[in-house]
Design a binder for this molecule. Sequence first.
Ligand SMILES: NC(=O)c1ccc[n+]([C@@H]2O[C@H](COP(=O)([O-])OP(=O)(O)OC[C@H]3O[C@@H](n4cnc5c(N)ncnc54)[C@H](O)[C@@H]3O)[C@@H](O)[C@H]2O)c1
Length: 409
Amino acid sequence: MNVLVCDPISPKGIALLQQRPEFAVTVLKQKTEEGALLPLLKDVQAMIVRSETKITRKVIEAAPLLRVVGRAGVGVDNVDVDAATQRGIVVMNTPGGNTISTAELTFSMLMALARKIPQAHLSMKEGKWSRKEFQGTELLNKTLGILGMGRIGSEVAKRALAFGMKVAAYDPYLSLARAKALQVDLKENTDDVYAAADFITVHMPMTEETKGMVNAAAFAKMKRGARILNCARGGIINEADLHAAIQSGQIGGAALDVYETEPPPADFPLRALPQVVMTPHLGASTEEAQENVGIEVAEAIIDYLLSGAVRNAVNLPNLDVRGGQTVFVSRRQIGPSGGAVGAQAQRPHRSHLRRQSPAMAHRPDHAFGAQRVPRNGRRQGSQPGQRPGAGRRAGLGGQGNQIERRNRF
Ligand SMILES: NC(=O)c1ccc[n+]([C@@H]2O[C@H](COP(=O)([O-])OP(=O)(O)OC[C@H]3O[C@@H](n4cnc5c(N)ncnc54)[C@H](O)[C@@H]3O)[C@@H](O)[C@H]2O)c1
Protein backbone atom coordinates (compact mmCIF):
# COMPACT_ATOMS: atom_id res chain seq x y z
CA MET A 1 0.00 0.00 0.00
CA ASN A 2 1.27 3.47 -0.86
CA VAL A 3 1.44 6.12 1.82
CA LEU A 4 2.22 9.68 0.78
CA VAL A 5 3.57 11.96 3.52
CA CYS A 6 2.93 15.44 2.12
CA ASP A 7 4.11 17.67 4.98
CA PRO A 8 6.99 17.22 7.42
CA ILE A 9 6.06 15.01 10.37
CA SER A 10 8.39 13.67 13.06
CA PRO A 11 10.99 11.13 11.88
CA LYS A 12 9.67 8.68 14.48
CA GLY A 13 6.26 8.77 12.82
CA ILE A 14 7.78 8.18 9.40
CA ALA A 15 9.92 5.33 10.80
CA LEU A 16 6.81 3.62 12.20
CA LEU A 17 5.31 3.58 8.72
CA GLN A 18 8.53 2.48 7.05
CA GLN A 19 8.93 -0.44 9.44
CA ARG A 20 5.78 -2.01 8.02
CA PRO A 21 6.58 -4.22 5.04
CA GLU A 22 3.03 -3.70 3.76
CA PHE A 23 3.72 -0.01 3.05
CA ALA A 24 5.69 1.90 0.45
CA VAL A 25 6.22 5.32 2.00
CA THR A 26 6.97 8.43 -0.05
CA VAL A 27 7.90 11.60 1.80
CA LEU A 28 7.59 14.84 -0.13
CA LYS A 29 10.56 17.10 0.56
CA GLN A 30 8.82 20.41 0.02
CA LYS A 31 5.39 21.95 0.01
CA THR A 32 3.57 20.66 -3.07
CA GLU A 33 0.81 22.71 -4.66
CA GLU A 34 -2.29 21.05 -6.04
CA GLY A 35 -1.07 20.95 -9.65
CA ALA A 36 2.15 19.17 -8.76
CA LEU A 37 0.38 16.81 -6.35
CA LEU A 38 -2.21 15.45 -8.78
CA PRO A 39 0.13 13.22 -10.87
CA LEU A 40 1.45 11.57 -7.69
CA LEU A 41 -1.86 10.23 -6.47
CA LYS A 42 -2.94 7.45 -8.81
CA ASP A 43 -1.76 4.57 -6.56
CA VAL A 44 -1.96 6.23 -3.15
CA GLN A 45 -4.05 4.62 -0.36
CA ALA A 46 -3.16 7.04 2.45
CA MET A 47 -2.06 10.67 2.68
CA ILE A 48 -0.60 12.43 5.69
CA VAL A 49 -0.63 16.22 6.01
CA ARG A 50 -0.05 18.90 8.57
CA SER A 51 -1.58 22.26 7.70
CA GLU A 52 0.42 23.14 4.57
CA THR A 53 -0.82 20.72 1.91
CA LYS A 54 -4.39 21.25 0.77
CA ILE A 55 -6.46 18.13 0.23
CA THR A 56 -8.96 19.64 -2.16
CA ARG A 57 -11.79 17.93 -4.01
CA LYS A 58 -9.55 17.78 -7.09
CA VAL A 59 -6.85 16.03 -5.09
CA ILE A 60 -9.38 13.52 -3.80
CA GLU A 61 -10.72 12.93 -7.30
CA ALA A 62 -7.17 12.29 -8.57
CA ALA A 63 -6.62 9.53 -5.98
CA PRO A 64 -8.98 6.67 -6.87
CA LEU A 65 -7.48 4.28 -4.29
CA LEU A 66 -7.35 6.78 -1.42
CA ARG A 67 -8.86 5.35 1.79
CA VAL A 68 -7.61 7.64 4.53
CA VAL A 69 -6.24 11.14 5.13
CA GLY A 70 -4.33 11.67 8.36
CA ARG A 71 -3.83 15.17 9.76
CA ALA A 72 -0.90 15.52 12.19
CA GLY A 73 -2.61 18.11 14.39
CA VAL A 74 -6.16 19.16 15.12
CA GLY A 75 -7.67 21.56 12.57
CA VAL A 76 -8.75 20.04 9.26
CA ASP A 77 -9.43 23.32 7.45
CA ASN A 78 -6.97 22.23 4.73
CA VAL A 79 -8.93 19.06 3.99
CA ASP A 80 -12.16 19.03 1.99
CA VAL A 81 -13.88 16.75 4.50
CA ASP A 82 -17.19 16.74 2.61
CA ALA A 83 -15.51 15.57 -0.58
CA ALA A 84 -13.66 12.88 1.38
CA THR A 85 -16.82 11.72 3.14
CA GLN A 86 -18.69 11.46 -0.14
CA ARG A 87 -15.95 9.13 -1.38
CA GLY A 88 -15.97 7.08 1.87
CA ILE A 89 -12.48 8.32 2.73
CA VAL A 90 -11.81 8.56 6.45
CA VAL A 91 -10.24 11.81 7.67
CA MET A 92 -8.41 11.44 10.99
CA ASN A 93 -6.72 14.01 13.19
CA THR A 94 -4.58 13.75 16.32
CA PRO A 95 -6.25 15.78 19.04
CA GLY A 96 -4.38 14.18 21.97
CA GLY A 97 -0.80 14.84 20.91
CA ASN A 98 -0.70 18.48 21.90
CA THR A 99 -2.76 18.37 25.09
CA ILE A 100 0.13 18.78 27.50
CA SER A 101 1.86 21.43 25.39
CA THR A 102 -1.30 23.51 25.26
CA ALA A 103 -2.08 23.01 28.95
CA GLU A 104 1.46 24.08 29.85
CA LEU A 105 1.24 27.13 27.60
CA THR A 106 -2.05 28.07 29.28
CA PHE A 107 -0.50 27.79 32.69
CA SER A 108 2.53 29.81 31.59
CA MET A 109 0.15 32.50 30.34
CA LEU A 110 -1.71 32.43 33.65
CA MET A 111 1.51 33.06 35.54
CA ALA A 112 2.61 35.69 33.05
CA LEU A 113 -0.68 37.49 33.64
CA ALA A 114 -0.49 37.19 37.42
CA ARG A 115 3.07 38.51 37.64
CA LYS A 116 3.20 40.75 34.54
CA ILE A 117 6.33 38.95 33.41
CA PRO A 118 6.16 39.93 29.71
CA GLN A 119 5.63 43.59 30.56
CA ALA A 120 8.47 43.59 33.11
CA HIS A 121 10.73 41.80 30.65
CA LEU A 122 10.00 44.36 27.96
CA SER A 123 10.75 47.22 30.33
CA MET A 124 14.10 45.65 31.32
CA LYS A 125 14.99 45.26 27.66
CA GLU A 126 14.23 48.95 27.23
CA GLY A 127 16.89 49.73 29.86
CA LYS A 128 14.44 50.56 32.69
CA TRP A 129 14.24 49.39 36.30
CA SER A 130 10.57 49.84 37.24
CA ARG A 131 9.52 47.73 40.19
CA LYS A 132 6.31 49.37 41.42
CA GLU A 133 4.68 49.19 38.03
CA PHE A 134 4.82 45.43 37.98
CA GLN A 135 3.34 44.41 41.30
CA GLY A 136 1.46 41.19 40.69
CA THR A 137 -0.93 38.85 42.45
CA GLU A 138 -0.47 35.38 43.97
CA LEU A 139 -2.28 32.34 42.65
CA LEU A 140 -2.59 30.67 46.05
CA ASN A 141 -6.24 30.54 47.17
CA LYS A 142 -7.42 32.29 44.01
CA THR A 143 -10.13 30.66 41.91
CA LEU A 144 -9.52 29.59 38.34
CA GLY A 145 -12.69 29.32 36.27
CA ILE A 146 -12.39 26.74 33.51
CA LEU A 147 -14.94 26.57 30.72
CA GLY A 148 -14.54 23.25 28.90
CA MET A 149 -13.12 20.36 30.92
CA GLY A 150 -11.92 18.08 28.14
CA ARG A 151 -8.34 16.98 27.63
CA ILE A 152 -6.69 20.39 27.97
CA GLY A 153 -9.06 21.89 30.53
CA SER A 154 -8.51 18.88 32.81
CA GLU A 155 -4.73 19.20 32.57
CA VAL A 156 -4.92 22.92 33.33
CA ALA A 157 -7.07 22.10 36.38
CA LYS A 158 -4.44 19.70 37.74
CA ARG A 159 -1.77 22.36 37.45
CA ALA A 160 -3.95 25.00 39.11
CA LEU A 161 -4.67 22.68 42.05
CA ALA A 162 -0.95 22.05 42.44
CA PHE A 163 -0.51 25.81 42.89
CA GLY A 164 -3.12 25.90 45.66
CA MET A 165 -5.82 27.42 43.49
CA LYS A 166 -9.48 26.47 43.63
CA VAL A 167 -11.05 25.42 40.36
CA ALA A 168 -14.62 26.27 39.36
CA ALA A 169 -15.53 24.52 36.14
CA TYR A 170 -18.35 24.53 33.64
CA ASP A 171 -18.77 21.79 31.06
CA PRO A 172 -22.28 20.57 30.33
CA TYR A 173 -20.94 17.18 29.26
CA LEU A 174 -18.72 16.47 32.26
CA SER A 175 -20.08 13.95 34.74
CA LEU A 176 -20.18 14.77 38.44
CA ALA A 177 -18.06 11.69 39.12
CA ARG A 178 -15.35 12.88 36.75
CA ALA A 179 -15.48 16.39 38.28
CA LYS A 180 -15.05 14.84 41.70
CA ALA A 181 -12.10 12.78 40.52
CA LEU A 182 -10.53 15.94 39.11
CA GLN A 183 -11.25 17.78 42.39
CA VAL A 184 -13.01 20.64 40.68
CA ASP A 185 -16.16 22.45 41.72
CA LEU A 186 -18.50 21.73 38.83
CA LYS A 187 -20.92 24.60 38.31
CA GLU A 188 -24.33 24.33 36.67
CA ASN A 189 -23.79 27.32 34.40
CA THR A 190 -21.23 29.86 33.30
CA ASP A 191 -22.68 32.60 35.50
CA ASP A 192 -21.66 30.68 38.61
CA VAL A 193 -18.12 30.38 37.24
CA TYR A 194 -18.02 34.07 36.36
CA ALA A 195 -19.14 35.03 39.86
CA ALA A 196 -16.50 32.86 41.56
CA ALA A 197 -13.40 33.20 39.40
CA ASP A 198 -10.38 35.48 39.62
CA PHE A 199 -9.00 34.04 36.38
CA ILE A 200 -11.07 32.45 33.62
CA THR A 201 -9.72 30.21 30.90
CA VAL A 202 -11.64 28.70 27.99
CA HIS A 203 -10.97 25.21 26.59
CA MET A 204 -13.97 24.40 24.46
CA PRO A 205 -14.16 23.71 20.76
CA MET A 206 -15.30 26.50 18.50
CA THR A 207 -18.92 25.79 17.65
CA GLU A 208 -22.01 27.85 16.86
CA GLU A 209 -22.74 27.70 20.56
CA THR A 210 -19.33 28.72 21.90
CA LYS A 211 -18.62 31.41 19.30
CA GLY A 212 -18.63 34.76 21.08
CA MET A 213 -19.77 33.04 24.27
CA VAL A 214 -17.51 35.19 26.44
CA ASN A 215 -18.82 38.63 25.54
CA ALA A 216 -19.80 41.96 27.11
CA ALA A 217 -22.69 40.35 29.00
CA ALA A 218 -20.34 37.71 30.39
CA PHE A 219 -17.67 40.24 31.37
CA ALA A 220 -20.32 42.22 33.28
CA LYS A 221 -21.01 39.13 35.44
CA MET A 222 -17.36 38.58 36.35
CA LYS A 223 -15.55 39.92 39.38
CA ARG A 224 -14.13 43.37 38.71
CA GLY A 225 -10.51 42.97 37.63
CA ALA A 226 -10.87 39.28 36.66
CA ARG A 227 -8.35 38.09 34.09
CA ILE A 228 -9.17 36.09 30.97
CA LEU A 229 -7.25 33.51 28.95
CA ASN A 230 -7.90 32.00 25.55
CA CYS A 231 -5.56 29.25 24.34
CA ALA A 232 -8.40 27.39 22.62
CA ARG A 233 -9.85 29.02 19.52
CA GLY A 234 -10.09 32.63 18.41
CA GLY A 235 -13.62 33.94 18.54
CA ILE A 236 -14.80 32.12 21.68
CA ILE A 237 -14.03 35.41 23.40
CA ASN A 238 -15.47 38.44 21.64
CA GLU A 239 -12.36 40.54 20.99
CA ALA A 240 -14.09 43.90 20.64
CA ASP A 241 -15.97 43.33 23.92
CA LEU A 242 -12.75 42.24 25.61
CA HIS A 243 -11.02 45.42 24.49
CA ALA A 244 -13.84 47.54 25.91
CA ALA A 245 -13.95 45.57 29.17
CA ILE A 246 -10.20 46.01 29.72
CA GLN A 247 -10.39 49.71 28.98
CA SER A 248 -13.23 50.14 31.45
CA GLY A 249 -11.28 48.23 34.13
CA GLN A 250 -13.93 45.52 34.45
CA ILE A 251 -11.37 43.04 33.15
CA GLY A 252 -7.88 43.31 34.62
CA GLY A 253 -5.97 41.65 31.81
CA ALA A 254 -5.99 38.95 29.20
CA ALA A 255 -3.68 36.33 27.75
CA LEU A 256 -4.36 35.23 24.19
CA ASP A 257 -2.79 32.58 22.00
CA VAL A 258 -5.55 32.47 19.38
CA TYR A 259 -7.45 35.12 17.44
CA GLU A 260 -10.59 35.56 15.37
CA THR A 261 -8.32 36.34 12.40
CA GLU A 262 -4.88 34.75 12.30
CA PRO A 263 -2.58 36.46 12.08
CA PRO A 264 -4.36 39.50 13.50
CA PRO A 265 -3.60 42.74 11.65
CA ALA A 266 -0.69 44.91 12.76
CA ASP A 267 -3.12 47.51 14.10
CA PHE A 268 -5.21 44.90 15.99
CA PRO A 269 -6.49 47.00 18.94
CA LEU A 270 -5.68 44.41 21.63
CA ARG A 271 -1.99 44.59 20.67
CA ALA A 272 -1.93 48.14 22.01
CA LEU A 273 -3.19 47.34 25.51
CA PRO A 274 -0.41 46.77 28.06
CA GLN A 275 -2.69 44.47 30.09
CA VAL A 276 -2.81 41.96 27.24
CA VAL A 277 -0.22 39.19 26.89
CA MET A 278 -0.12 37.62 23.45
CA THR A 279 1.49 34.67 21.69
CA PRO A 280 1.16 33.68 18.02
CA HIS A 281 -0.83 30.41 18.34
CA LEU A 282 1.92 28.48 20.09
CA GLY A 283 -0.23 25.95 21.95
CA ALA A 284 1.10 22.95 20.04
CA SER A 285 4.53 24.39 19.33
CA THR A 286 6.79 22.12 21.31
CA GLU A 287 9.16 19.43 20.13
CA GLU A 288 7.19 16.87 22.10
CA ALA A 289 3.81 17.83 20.66
CA GLN A 290 5.14 17.71 17.12
CA GLU A 291 6.67 14.32 17.80
CA ASN A 292 3.47 13.08 19.44
CA VAL A 293 1.23 14.10 16.56
CA GLY A 294 3.62 12.53 14.03
CA ILE A 295 3.59 9.23 15.91
CA GLU A 296 -0.14 9.43 16.56
CA VAL A 297 -1.03 10.00 12.92
CA ALA A 298 1.30 7.20 11.77
CA GLU A 299 -0.26 4.79 14.28
CA ALA A 300 -3.74 5.78 13.21
CA ILE A 301 -2.93 5.21 9.54
CA ILE A 302 -1.32 1.84 10.31
CA ASP A 303 -4.31 0.78 12.41
CA TYR A 304 -6.73 1.77 9.74
CA LEU A 305 -4.97 0.29 6.74
CA LEU A 306 -4.06 -2.96 8.48
CA SER A 307 -7.09 -3.59 10.66
CA GLY A 308 -9.82 -1.19 9.63
CA ALA A 309 -9.79 0.40 13.08
CA VAL A 310 -10.95 4.00 12.92
CA ARG A 311 -10.10 6.49 15.62
CA ASN A 312 -10.13 10.24 15.91
CA ALA A 313 -11.94 10.47 12.64
CA VAL A 314 -13.60 13.80 11.98
CA ASN A 315 -16.04 12.13 9.61
CA LEU A 316 -16.57 8.85 11.45
CA PRO A 317 -16.62 7.89 15.10
CA ASN A 318 -14.06 5.65 16.76
CA LEU A 319 -15.38 2.48 15.27
CA ASP A 320 -14.06 -0.65 13.80
CA VAL A 321 -16.19 -2.10 11.08
CA ARG A 322 -15.66 -5.84 10.74
CA GLY A 323 -18.01 -8.23 9.08
CA GLY A 324 -20.71 -5.63 9.17
CA GLN A 325 -20.42 -5.21 12.94
CA THR A 326 -19.37 -1.83 14.32
CA VAL A 327 -17.31 -1.93 17.49
CA PHE A 328 -15.44 0.66 19.50
CA VAL A 329 -11.67 0.31 19.38
CA SER A 330 -9.12 1.63 21.78
CA ARG A 331 -5.99 3.38 20.65
CA ARG A 332 -3.58 0.47 20.86
CA GLN A 333 -5.72 -2.26 19.35
CA ILE A 334 -4.24 -3.36 16.08
CA GLY A 335 -5.76 -6.49 14.69
CA PRO A 336 -5.12 -8.49 11.57
CA SER A 337 -5.78 -6.97 8.21
CA GLY A 338 -9.35 -6.98 7.11
CA GLY A 339 -11.08 -3.69 7.86
CA ALA A 340 -13.98 -3.24 5.55
CA VAL A 341 -13.30 -0.15 3.50
CA GLY A 342 -16.61 -0.50 1.77
CA ALA A 343 -18.29 -0.11 5.11
CA GLN A 344 -16.70 3.27 5.80
CA ALA A 345 -19.82 5.14 5.00
CA GLN A 346 -22.01 2.78 6.98
CA ARG A 347 -24.01 4.58 9.57
CA PRO A 348 -23.00 3.29 12.99
CA HIS A 349 -25.43 2.38 15.72
CA ARG A 350 -26.26 5.35 17.92
CA SER A 351 -25.05 3.70 21.09
CA HIS A 352 -21.53 3.71 19.70
CA LEU A 353 -21.64 7.44 19.09
CA ARG A 354 -21.20 7.97 22.80
CA ARG A 355 -17.66 6.76 22.36
CA GLN A 356 -16.68 8.74 19.37
CA SER A 357 -13.69 10.98 19.03
CA PRO A 358 -13.67 14.29 20.88
CA ALA A 359 -12.71 15.74 17.54
CA MET A 360 -16.31 15.26 16.56
CA ALA A 361 -17.18 18.00 18.99
CA HIS A 362 -15.39 20.35 16.60
CA ARG A 363 -17.72 19.43 13.78
CA PRO A 364 -21.21 19.94 15.13
CA ASP A 365 -22.76 19.56 11.72
CA HIS A 366 -21.19 16.23 11.04
CA ALA A 367 -23.29 13.73 9.14
CA PHE A 368 -22.66 10.96 11.65
CA GLY A 369 -22.93 13.11 14.76
CA ALA A 370 -25.53 12.49 17.41
CA GLN A 371 -27.24 15.13 19.50
CA ARG A 372 -25.36 15.45 22.73
CA VAL A 373 -27.17 15.00 25.97
CA PRO A 374 -25.81 17.28 28.65
CA ARG A 375 -25.34 16.24 32.25
CA ASN A 376 -28.65 17.64 33.45
CA GLY A 377 -30.44 15.65 30.74
CA ARG A 378 -32.67 18.61 29.86
CA ARG A 379 -33.56 19.36 26.29
CA GLN A 380 -31.24 22.26 25.60
CA GLY A 381 -32.09 25.77 24.56
CA SER A 382 -29.91 28.28 22.79
CA GLN A 383 -28.61 30.55 25.56
CA PRO A 384 -24.82 30.32 25.33
CA GLY A 385 -23.24 28.83 28.40
CA GLN A 386 -26.52 28.06 30.06
CA ARG A 387 -28.62 25.83 27.89
CA PRO A 388 -26.35 24.52 25.24
CA GLY A 389 -26.95 22.66 22.08
CA ALA A 390 -30.50 23.30 20.94
CA GLY A 391 -31.16 20.99 18.02
CA ARG A 392 -27.44 20.62 17.52
CA ARG A 393 -25.94 17.59 15.98
CA ALA A 394 -22.59 17.33 17.62
CA GLY A 395 -19.88 14.97 18.65
CA LEU A 396 -19.12 13.85 22.11
CA GLY A 397 -17.45 16.00 24.70
CA GLY A 398 -16.44 15.08 28.19
CA GLN A 399 -17.47 11.47 28.55
CA GLY A 400 -15.95 10.30 25.31
CA ASN A 401 -12.85 12.29 26.10
CA GLN A 402 -12.40 10.35 29.26
CA ILE A 403 -12.47 7.09 27.37
CA GLU A 404 -9.92 8.53 24.96
CA ARG A 405 -7.77 9.87 27.75
CA ARG A 406 -7.62 6.55 29.54
CA ASN A 407 -6.37 4.98 26.39
CA ARG A 408 -3.81 7.66 25.89
CA PHE A 409 -2.16 8.57 29.13
N1 LIG B 1 -3.70 26.95 21.11
C1 LIG B 1 -3.47 25.84 20.43
O1 LIG B 1 -2.52 25.75 19.68
C2 LIG B 1 -4.37 24.66 20.63
C3 LIG B 1 -3.82 23.38 20.59
C4 LIG B 1 -4.68 22.28 20.81
C5 LIG B 1 -6.03 22.47 21.01
N2 LIG B 1 -6.53 23.75 20.99
C6 LIG B 1 -7.97 23.99 21.21
O2 LIG B 1 -8.23 23.80 22.59
C7 LIG B 1 -9.62 23.49 22.76
C8 LIG B 1 -9.77 22.30 23.70
O3 LIG B 1 -9.12 21.17 23.15
P1 LIG B 1 -9.27 19.73 23.85
O4 LIG B 1 -8.32 18.84 23.15
O5 LIG B 1 -9.22 19.87 25.33
O6 LIG B 1 -10.76 19.38 23.40
P2 LIG B 1 -11.76 18.34 24.09
O7 LIG B 1 -12.72 17.97 23.03
O8 LIG B 1 -11.00 17.28 24.79
O9 LIG B 1 -12.48 19.23 25.19
C9 LIG B 1 -13.42 20.21 24.90
C10 LIG B 1 -14.41 20.22 26.05
O10 LIG B 1 -15.29 21.34 25.85
C11 LIG B 1 -16.56 20.92 26.33
N3 LIG B 1 -17.60 21.80 25.82
C12 LIG B 1 -18.24 21.74 24.64
N4 LIG B 1 -19.13 22.73 24.56
C13 LIG B 1 -19.05 23.43 25.70
C14 LIG B 1 -19.71 24.58 26.21
N5 LIG B 1 -20.65 25.20 25.52
N6 LIG B 1 -19.35 25.05 27.41
C15 LIG B 1 -18.39 24.44 28.15
N7 LIG B 1 -17.75 23.34 27.71
C16 LIG B 1 -18.07 22.86 26.51
C17 LIG B 1 -16.68 19.49 25.87
O11 LIG B 1 -17.66 18.79 26.61
C18 LIG B 1 -15.29 18.98 26.13
O12 LIG B 1 -15.17 18.38 27.42
C19 LIG B 1 -10.15 23.23 21.37
O13 LIG B 1 -10.81 24.40 20.92
C20 LIG B 1 -8.90 23.02 20.54
O14 LIG B 1 -9.11 23.33 19.19
C21 LIG B 1 -5.73 24.84 20.82
